[in-house]
Design a binder for this molecule. Sequence first.
Ligand code: SF4
Ligand code: SF4
Ligand code: SF4
Length: 242
Amino acid sequence: MAQLALVIDLNKCVGCHACATNCKAWNTAGVFGPLTDIEPYSKKPYGVWFNRVQTYEVGTFPNTEIIYLPKSCMHCKDAPCVKVCPTQASYKRKEDGIVLVDYKRCIGCKYCSWACPYGCREFDIREGIMKKCTLCLDRIYNENLPEDERKPACVLACPTRARIFGDIDDPQSLASQVISEFMGYKLMPEANTSPSNHYLPRRQSKIKIDEDVVNVRDYAIVTTEKKVTSYKVLIAEDIAIA
Ligand code: SF4
Ligand code: SF4
Ligand code: SF4
């Protein structure tokens, strides 16, 4: 049984929001839309976004830096949103582990959004139902699309290739290989939901390149030479296809 998920490399994310906007565009036009927007240019806009990019400033002035954290449903293996749903509108697919909402069964009670520790449920006040990331189910199995476009819209839009999509339970997939090679981690493991999406930690890289940084980077390449090389080759092939 597969577990499809996203792996997001925080070292590569530049916070451009291309993933969020392409997600919004694809899903608004597709079978899981429209993703409602109410008064988007007012002081109190209300919109449904499956994917949001959060921005944090860390450190103490003047030594601060900005961290970007793209976040969407983690497709948890032990999903509390599924357990609490009184109508079984929330469910987890056996064949690929994607967590979905059956809009026809949803009564808009919001129990699932209270149960989700990641804030990844999006209530559509216009339709009165709960929505969320589907991992672009209507793209990844769409045989009318060229094979290299059968990926979530966010992955295709990312200009820095910070997003990797695949089966994290398949040791041969790029997603699971980068998790093990680059110390991929789960957000808030203490919530005991076993999230499937993973993040690759920010590595030390400053604009001012000093000797320490060069040494750290050399060390990483020497100790994991084979795997790092293979990761770079795969990414390069991906860019060439796109
Ligand atoms: S991230 Fe939230 S909405 Fe997604 S599966 Fe986990 S608990 Fe459910
Ligand atoms: S809002 Fe819909 S999906 Fe969420 S718990 Fe209620 S019925 Fe289930
Ligand atoms: S598109 Fe890529 S670089 Fe831009 S915010 Fe999303 S993950 Fe980060």
